[in-house]
Design a protein around this ligand. Structure first.
Ligand SMILES: *Cc1c(COP(=O)(O)O)cnc(C)c1O
Length: 424
């Protein structure tokens, strides 16, 4: 299997899976996609439902065909998928796909841990750079924590993350180097970009941002698992439909690819916060990215979803592809968190609340809501709404008492390069 940039005219610059992952962005500025979508046979995956490492290595096999890592795929999946992605049914309520049982209690653990397996096996003593405004940096830091030969640099805006978010960015071992930047998230991203251009060190630099295909492919695994589990539990209900909290479209793109690869997946609904670009487009307007606005579901504060380029590459008209989108305001998020507690006795986080709200607006509880984060990560929002404490899950309790360790950096690539030189 080869991977091609969304902007390539022909196959001359096609690359292998591990090269696509190490480069992140294609040299022409496009995003890597599989040259052809493999057609999987669901009946071969069915025996592995509930066993994510086995299901993952079967599903990802054609995507890794011909790659240097092909023979290590099973081992990599065993190391990456160390937690579950259960499909639950709320009492008197809808089905929920819970993606928050990983080390940092959000779905980004799936992508980050698989990416870490690839990078640590293919690159020679890599340095991984990630700019973060929340969940991504924590998941990447946790995934590379104590991985031999790898150093990770995590940059976050000094005043742009909550206390608990900061703890998840800074509580790791000595190979994770965390920096509070005196600037915004945009400054952090700019510093990372400039550092890449200026880097002349011995060790290879690689990025772990949300457009990396190494984060998307492993996310297909939980959609495969849940759609097959759903078909088994509800044989008359037709293919599984999902409502997906969406920001950069990475999670949803994985669901779309799983559907294209032949899994029993039906219509997909993208639930966004008040950043309305997708809702406007699927409502019939021309595609028009917007500046992002801040909301309660801050991991989805995206005005210009970076994976839209993959969506438009796959479908000439995404509106004709059993896709829809719906935007949810902060007031509706708050209301939905209260309603889930009242009606089903369940505590949900602000991101997941957008999916439940979309279901409520459509008066359709036959789809599966995707739960992208554990509510304990957003306790300052959730607890006042439901009037009680959110218990910490096992994963977050395990890191709760680790000390924070981070340095402060000015918002300049020179300062970042000086810090990088110390580990080179
Ligand atoms: C990143 C994130 C999202 C958005 O996912 P995309 O792949 O960017 O669409 C939703 N919920 C949570 C909790 C996240 O961390």
């Amino acid at each position: 299997m080869k991977y091609r940039s969304t902007r390539a005219k022909d196959g001359r610059a096609d690359v292998s899976l591990s090269n696509a992952i190490l480069s992140g962005l294609a040299p022409d500025g496009g995003l890597y996609v599989p040259v052809v979508m493999p057609k999987l046979d669901p009946s071969r995956l069915l025996p592995h439902v509930g066993d994510l490492p086995a299901l993952a290595s079967e599903l990802l096999k054609p995507f890794a065909a011909g790659d240097v890592l092909e023979g290590e795929l099973r081992e990599m999946c065993e190391a990456a998928f160390t937690f579950e992605a259960p499909l639950r049914k709320f009492k008197n309520g809808p089905y929920v796909l819970e993606l928050f049982h990983g080390p940092t209690a959000a779905f980004k653990d799936f992508g980050a841990r698989f990416l870490a397996q690839v990078v640590s096996r293919v690159a020679e003593s890599p340095i991984v750079l990630v700019a973060t405004s929340g969940d991504t940096g924590g998941a990447v830091a946790a995934a590379f924590d104590r991985l031999e030969g790898c150093d990770v640099f995590v940059l976050f805006p000094e005043n742009g993350v909550s206390r608990r978010q900061r703890h998840q960015l800074t509580c790791w071992s000595s190979n994770v180097h965390s920096f509070a930047v005196r600037g915004s998230f945009d400054d952090c991203q700019k510093m990372v970009k400039q550092a890449f251009l200026a880097w002349k060190g011995r060790r290879p630099l690689t990025s772990a941002n949300s457009i990396n295909i190494g984060r998307l492919l492993p996310q297909m695994v939980y959609y495969a698992n849940a759609s097959l589990a759903f078909s088994r539990a509800e044989p008359g209900a037709g293919p599984a439909r999902f409502v997906i909290p969406t920001g950069n479209l990475g999670n949803a793109q994985a669901a779309i690819w799983a559907r294209e690869a032949g899994l029993p997946i039906g219509a997909l609904q993208l639930a966004t916060n008040a950043n309305r670009a997708l809702a406007e487009f699927f409502g019939g307007r021309p595609w028009s990215p917007q500046p992002s606005i801040a909301t309660l579901a801050n991991a989805m504060d995206v005005g210009n979803p970076s994976n839209a380029e993959r969506l438009f590459h796959l479908y000439e008209d995404p509106r004709a592809a059993e896709l829809s989108a719906c935007a949810v305001t902060d007031e509706e998020i708050r209301d939905e968190i209260r309603a889930a507690d009242r009606e089903w006795g369940e505590i949900i986080d602000p991101h997941t609340a957008t999916a439940f709200r979309a279901m409520r607006m459509a008066r359709d509880y036959g789809a599966i809501a995707v739960a992208t984060a554990h509510p304990a990560k957003f306790e300052t929002i959730v607890e006042p709404l439901i009037g009680r404490a959110v218990p910490l899950p096992e994963s977050l309790r395990a890191i709760e008492n680790r000390p924070e360790r981070f340095a402060t950096l000015g918002a300049s690539s020179e300062e970042l390069l000086a810090a990088l030189a110390k580990v080179d």
